[in-house]
Design a protein around this ligand. Structure first.
Ligand SMILES: [Zn+2]
Length: 270
C-alpha cells in the first residue's frame, strides 16, 4: 500500500487539519519499521499476539510502528520504558482495530505509563445535579484530551479473573468516544443495525446488573455493570481475551461485537 493511501496517512492528515501546525511539526513523517527480532519477541509474550496469523502479525507490526511514530510515550514515576515495552503496548493498542483501521486511534495523542496502579481523582455530577468526587487506584485511563494512561503492572497482568487486558479496555473507550460521547454506542458501520445494537446492549446491561445485584456467579467482570461505557469497554476486552465468556453470556452480543471488530468476517460469526 502506498504511503498516500494508507489509513495512517489519512489519520495524520485529519489530525493536522484538527490541530494545525503544532501537531504537524511534532509528528514524524514516516514510521520506522519495528526490528523483526524485537517484533518476534513481543509476539511470544501473550497468546493475544502469538495466536494471530502471520499475515495479521505483519499488519499489526505496521500499525504498531505507526502508532509509536505518531505519538509520544511518557514515563511516570520510576517507570522504565524500554523499546520492548513500548512495542508491546503499541501492539495491544492496535489489536482491537487490526480489522478496522488506524483512523480509530487518531484521537490518542500521547501515552503515559506508570510502573503500577496510580491514584486517580475524578469529579462528576449525577442526574440530580449533585457533585461527586471519585478517588481510587486505577489500572488505566482514557482522557478526553487524547491521553492514554496505563499501569505497566496491569498491562502485563496475566491472572485477571474474568479475562481482561487494560490496554484493550482503554482503547475501547477511545473507540466508543469517537462519535463524541462515551456511552457504549460507538460509530457503527452500515452493516450493523443501530436499533439492534441498542436493544441487545441495553438488555444485556440490565441482565448483568440484575446478576450482580442478586450475587449470582458471573461470566463478565461486574465492573461492566457500572455504566454503558464501562459495559462496552469490559465486553470488548473480554471479547478479545476470553471470547467464550461473551458467547456464553449473550450470543447476540457476541455476534454484534464480532461484526463490529471484524467487519469483513461478519458472515462467519452471524
Ligand atoms: Zn473503563
Amino acid at each position: 500500500m502506498s504511503e498516500h493511501q494508507s489509513p495512517l496517512s489519512r489519520a495524520r492528515t485529519r489530525l493536522q487539519a484538527h490541530f494545525g501546525q503544532q501537531t504537524a511539526h511534532q509528528r514524524r513523517p514516516q514510521a520506522e519499521p519495528i526490528a523483526p527480532d524485537l517484533w518476534q519477541w513481543v509476539c511470544t509474550k501473550t497468546p493475544l499476539l502469538s495466536n494471530l496469523s502471520s499475515a495479521e502479525q505483519d499488519k499489526l507490526a505496521e500499525y504498531a510502528a505507526a502508532f509509536i511514530a505518531e505519538r509520544p510515550f511518557y514515563h511516570a514515576q520510576q517507570m522504565e520504558l524500554t523499546d520492548q515495552r513500548i512495542v508491546f503496548i503499541a501492539a495491544l493498542a492496535c489489536l482491537p482495530v487490526l480489522h478496522l483501521n488506524l483512523d480509530w486511534l487518531a484521537g490518542i495523542r500521547s501515552v503515559v505509563v506508570y510502573p503500577d496502579a496510580f491514584f486517580g481523582r475524578q469529579e462528576y455530577m449525577d442526574d440530580a445535579g449533585i457533585m461527586h468526587v471519585l478517588e481510587d487506584w486505577r489500572a488505566g485511563e482514557a482522557w478526553e484530551n487524547g491521553t492514554l494512561v496505563l499501569s505497566w503492572a496491569d498491562v502485563i497482568r496475566a491472572d485477571h479473573p474474568f479475562g481482561g487486558q487494560v490496554i484493550i479496555h482503554e482503547i475501547a473507550h477511545f473507540i466508543d468516544g469517537a462519535n463524541g460521547a462515551e456511552n457504549g454506542f460507538p460509530p457503527l458501520g452500515a452493516h450493523i443495525d443501530p436499533r439492534r445494537w441498542t436493544t441487545v446492549f441495553e438488555q444485556a446491561f440490565a441482565r448483568l446488573n440484575a446478576e450482580v445485584n442478586s450475587q449470582q456467579p458471573l461470566l463478565i467482570d461486574p465492573y461492566a455493570a457500572t455504566s454503558p461505557a464501562e459495559f462496552f469497554a469490559v465486553l470488548s476486552e473480554t471479547f478479545f481475551t476470553e471470547p467464550e465468556r461473551v458467547v456464553e453470556f449473550d450470543r447476540e452480543l457476541f455476534a454484534l461485537l464480532s461484526a463490529f471488530y471484524y467487519p469483513q468476517q461478519r458472515a462467519m460469526h452471524a
